[in-house]
Design a protein around this ligand. Structure first.
Ligand code: HEM
Length: 248
């Protein structure tokens, strides 16, 4: 590939060469994507402790909080990943738009799936969901009572907080919708990041595409199973609080 093909006409003004070539930017999008997917899988596995009961979930949440400064290092790392992932996706998208007249007449299969076409909207919806989610469970902005909920061991009662919130069908419905969009985003994202990193040969590509789909929809099923189980009464908190569409 010629150097003209791999670098944008307008350098981003940044001093790091990796940021001023489109291949470099694609790598940043792919690597930050991998880190975010690993976070999502770790978060899902931690949240599935809800099925083991209040003690398991509250112990897991207390363990995370006990990480102290390390937790902040992880949080700051994740914020940097989100910013870089979005920023370079936007710059690559703008470059693609600018190069549109020279586009190949035949697009590859991966870039024409419905998930690929919905990448920007699904990504932005997931971002909006994460901000809502942080306001609900991390900043506890919607229900100030959450802050005072502690279990018999004096730990923050995260189990009760989550189950109470998901007793509201609107909250649960929104979560299921949001993690559905996350599944769509990852369906395309996981397969295409392997392509960007050059790990897929033409022969291997279908394997990575199918693998990406399976991982993405397992992530969806795992997250969606939590609000769905609360709505179905399979996961409960005592005393059961009345579901309220507005306050949880
Ligand atoms: C059913 C689905 C989910 C449940 C039950 C859930 C539960 C929680 C809870 C309880 C917390 C607060 C932990 C604490 O402060 O003790 C939290 C934080 C968080 N969640 Fe989720 N979550 C879900 C889905 C997601 C998804 C899909 C994402 C990302 C796409 C996500 C991203 C985050 C982030 C970034 C934090 C902040 C972590 C931190 O405090 O450092 N969550 N989640």
């Amino acid at each position: 590939m010629s150097s003209e093909a791999t670098s944008s006409k307008k350098p981003c003004g940044c001093c790091w060469p990796i940021f001023s070539s489109s291949i470099g930017r694609k790598w940043v999008v792919a690597l930050t994507g991998i880190i975010l997917v690993l976070f999502v899988i770790g978060h899902l596995l931690g949240n599935l402790s809800i099925f083991a009961g209040p003690d398991a979930m509250n112990a897991y949440a207390a363990f995370l909080k006990s990480a102290g400064e390390l937790l902040w290092v992880v949080r700051i790392g994740l914020i940097i990943c989100v910013v870089l992932h979005i920023w370079f996706t936007i710059t690559l998208w703008r470059e693609n738009l600018a190069a549109r007249p020279q586009k190949y007449a035949v697009k590859d299969h991966l870039s024409t799936t419905v998930y690929a076409r919905l990448m920007r909207i699904s990504g932005l919806t997931v971002l909006a969901f994460v901000i809502y989610h942080l306001a609900q469970f991390t900043w506890e902005a919607f229900n100030p009572d959450y802050k005072g909920w502690v279990d018999a061991q004096g730990r923050h009662d995260v189990y009760r907080m989550v189950v109470t919130a998901f007793q509201c069908p609107f909250v649960s419905g929104f979560y299921i919708l949001a993690v559905g969009l996350l599944g769509m985003h990852l369906s395309h994202g996981i397969a295409s990041l392997f392509q960007t990193l050059g790990i897929t040969s033409k022969k291997m590509r279908p394997l990575f595409e199918q693998g990406g789909l399976v991982v993405a929809w397992l992530i969806f099923l795992g997250f969606a199973s939590i609000p769905a189980s609360v709505l179905l009464g399979l996961v409960k908190t005592t005393p059961v609080l009345p579901a309220c569409p507005l306050c949880h």
